[in-house]
Design a protein around this ligand. Structure first.
Ligand code: T3D
Length: 258
């Protein structure tokens, strides 16, 4: 049988592809646990500089596999703490940029995964639905945290309460994604974007991600303190030397050595 998660590495870019295309990559426990494991592995692997999360077939991820819920021997709380929450924490805590490459519909917890990446790249035909209220559940896997920070409380509430479908043009306007690419060239565009990101200074990006994530919930004072602390770590790294030397020598820096 086909693995639920496909893993591929090319030019420092590790692509994790959710692979249950017949169900629009609805998530079962095997998929969620292997995704979290793969995210942790990619973080630890020195040959990986950027991680891409995407889906096979016409969907990105349709959220929880609803065929898997009845009869399971876990409460909802236990299930979230066992599966989705460690995955979202692994994405946000990962020291490398994670790209949510949203190739098709992202619904429910799939919408949360689409929002959780550091960069969100969408195919033209992709869409996001905070679909939970259709089955009288609440948005989870970080959606209640991500979405209001992007669109404000009121629009987030409306999208959640009505389970409206947000198409790619609107997603771009609302700030739910950074770029929209044609369906036909989506994979190549994502790979090219990821390789460009992989050429950026990995240590500086890791510290940037750490500082930004902390700042999302901190005061200005705390952010200033953390910047001062992490800037030292950045400044002591060879990447900084390389950047300054390259500037003075009027050449492009090479951040991929080392
Ligand atoms: O711990 C916990 O369990 C709580 C966690 C909750 C997290 C959540 O994510 S709750 C939300 C769960 N997701 C949904 O409610 C979405 C259900 N899916 C849909 O509403 C629609 O499929 C979409 C709007 C996403 C896409 O619609 P469409 O028309 O493009 O596709 P489709 O025909 O509905 O789906 C294609 C197939 O995928 C279909 O199977 P079939 O009929 O061809 O055999 C459909 O049943 C299957 N599928 C889609 N989503 C799911 C699914 N099967 C199981 N679970 C799904 N979530």
């Amino acid at each position: 049988t086909e693995p639920v998660l496909l893993t591929e590495t090319h030019a420092g870019v590790r692509t994790l592809t959710m692979n249950r295309p017949d169900k629009l990559n609805a998530a079962n426990d095997a998929l969620l646990l292997s995704l979290t494991e793969a995210m942790t592995q990619a973080d630890a692997d020195v040959s990986v500089r950027v991680i891409v999360l995407t889906g096979s077939g016409r969907g990105f991820c349709a959220g929880q596999d609803l065929g898997d819920v009845s009869g399971r021997n876990m409460t909802f709380t236990e299930h979230l703490n066992h599966t989705y929450n460690p995955l979202i924490r692994a994405i946000r805590g990962c020291g490398k940029p994670v790209i949510s490459a949203v190739n098709g519909v992202a619904a429910g917890a799939g919408a949360s995964l689409a929002l959780a990446g550091d960069v969100r790249l969408w195919a033209r035909s992709a869409a996001l639905i905070e679909i939970f209220s259709n089955i009288a559940l609440i948005p989870d896997s970080g959606s209640t945290w991500f979405l209001p920070r992007l669109v404000g409380y009121h629009r987030a509430f409306e999208l959640m309460a009505l389970a409206d479908k947000v198409r790619s043009d609107e997603a771009l306007r609302l700030g739910l994604c950074e770029h929209v690419f044609p369906d036909e060239t989506f994979q190549q565009e994502v790979q090219a974007y990821a390789e460009a990101l992989a050429a950026r200074p990995a240590n500086a990006l890791k510290l940037t991600k750490q500082a930004l994530n902390a700042a999302m919930t901190s005061t200005l004072d705390a952010a200033l303190d953390l910047e001062a602390e992490l800037q030292q770590v950045a400044g002591d790294h060879w990447e900084h030397q390389e950047g300054v030397t390259a500037f003075k020598e009027k050449r492009a820096p090479d951040f991929r050595r080392g």
